[in-house]
Write a protein that binds this ligand. Structure first.
Ligand code: FAD
Ligand code: EPU
Length: 337
């Protein structure tokens, strides 16, 4: 396995930031991964796992070892009358894996269509969209401890999933290389069409009979109309999480801003951060080569040669302005490197 030096990360992050890594290795097999551990490289160097690079912002050059995950393969590991357990290697492209499940008519991942990135990163922030999160269909994952070299299977409860959260962003941050994820999918899918515009989109598409394919098509169509394509404009999706506030704070804000966009979130209220950022006047603002997207204020964009630092500083200005105007502190969703 080749360990390269001083590699540009430009092709490896959807924000199109031209940072470099002083060490870089492609992980094409479990043997490659074990070799890295055997050579004790993660003990000697700061180590970053990279899938599709669609949820990272490189704020500076990475002084350490980047491991680009290319582990491929998927298999059905168990079947019952109701369910099928599909295991995917972590370097599989998420959307291609979703399409594979849809082609077999396995239900559960269709609302998560077209999310960029790899299968292996999906548990890191418990990816979610259009009323679904991977925790709804997650069965287990396998991970390799980068320093100690053992593999561990994590069950659903051990992952501690929450809204854009898991144990891998907190207590176990940076410790494990997730090598495969197994999903428990349904042979008799229950369709989730209640979220947002799915129903309207299905009507527009003149769908008369619901199917996992129809829902996936509807979700893809909505996403294409809203979110910038990273192949065209550098971005990492929502830059911030939607903040969850108390119902009391929400009532006060609703008094001041009657058109505020919000949703119930268990015993609290989730506020649409895109609404806050738009209301504060940031939507569509451009600063040279970067800015806030014109159609979705929650997405920060790199139009060309912006640095990660510039985008990070813009995000800090947005946080300060939202704090001042609404008394809410936005939290970044994208991983700052
Ligand atoms: P990377 O960016 O490569 O890595 C993200 C983090 O996970 C890093 O900390 C990395 O070290 C770690 N990591 C990656 N792979 C592994 C591994 N195998 N083992 C251990 N750690 C690992 N997210 C949503 O939840 N919902 C959305 O609707 C959504 N829409 C998006 C739309 C666009 C246009 C874009 C650009 C992004 C969007 N995202 C969304 C964010 C992103 O797609 C997800 O977070 C995705 O899971 C990132 O996958 P990745 O392989 O690119 O991860
Ligand atoms: N809104 C505005 N102005 C904007 C953008 C949004 O007012 O510029 C308000 C509107 O009221 C809109 C509401 O915000 O109805 C919600 O907007 P949208 O449906 O676009 O969803 P979001 O809350 O901005 C979240 C996720 C997305 C996910 C979509 C669909 C987070 C942080 N983001 O976005 O995930 O795809 O819902 O489920 O939860 C990601 O995590 O990267 C991501 C793209």
């Amino acid at each position: 396995m080749l360990i390269e030096q001083n590699i540009s990360l430009l092709p490896f992050n959807t924000f199109h930031i031209n940072a470099s890594a002083n060490l870089f290795a492609n992980i094409n097999s479990m043997e490659d991964a074990r070799e890295i551990v055997k050579q004790k490289l993660p003990e000697k160097h700061a180590t970053l796992l990279l899938g599709g690079g669609s949820n990272v912002l490189f704020t500076k050059n990475f002084n350490g070892l980047v491991l680009k995950n290319n582990l491929l393969g998927k298999e059905i590991v168990k079947e019952t009358d109701e369910h099928v357990f599909v295991k995917a290697q972590s370097g599989e492209v998420w959307h291609e894996f979703v399409l594979y499940c849809i082609a077999k008519n396995y239900g559960g991942l269709e609302n998560l269509s077209l999310i960029p990135g790899s299968v292996g990163a999906s548990p890191i922030q418990n990816i979610g969209a259009y009323g679904a999160e991977i925790k709804d269909t997650f069965y287990e994952l396998e991970a390799l401890h980068l320093n100690e070299g053992y593999t561990k299977t994590f069950s659903l409860s051990e992952c501690n999933f929450g809204y854009r959260e898991s144990v891998f962003k907190h207590d176990l941050k940076g410790q494990y290389f997730i090598t495969s994820v197994t999903f428990k999918l349904s042979k008799k899918p229950k369709f989730r069409t209640d979220y947002g515009q799915i129903q309207t989109e299905l009507e527009k598409m003149k769908v008369t009979e619901l199917s996992v394919k129809a829902i996936s098509d509807a979700v893809c169509s909505i996403r294409r109309s809203k979110l910038p394509d990273p192949a065209q404009i550098g971005n990492a999706g929502s830059f911030f999480k939607n903040p969850v506030i108390s119902n009391e704070q929400y009532s006060e804000l609703k008094g001041l801003f009657p058109d505020i966009s919000a949703y119930p979130a268990e015993k609290n209220t989730k506020i649409a951060a895109g609404w806050l950022i738009e209301k504060a006047g940031w939507k569509g603002k451009t600063f040279g080569e970067y800015g806030v997207h014109k159609n979705q204020a929650l997405v920060l964009v790199n139009y060309g040669g912006a640095t990660g630092d510039q985008i990070y500083n813009l995000s800090s200005e947005i946080i300060a302005s939202i704090e001042k105007m609404f008394g809410i502190t936005l939290e970044r969703e994208v991983n700052m490197i």
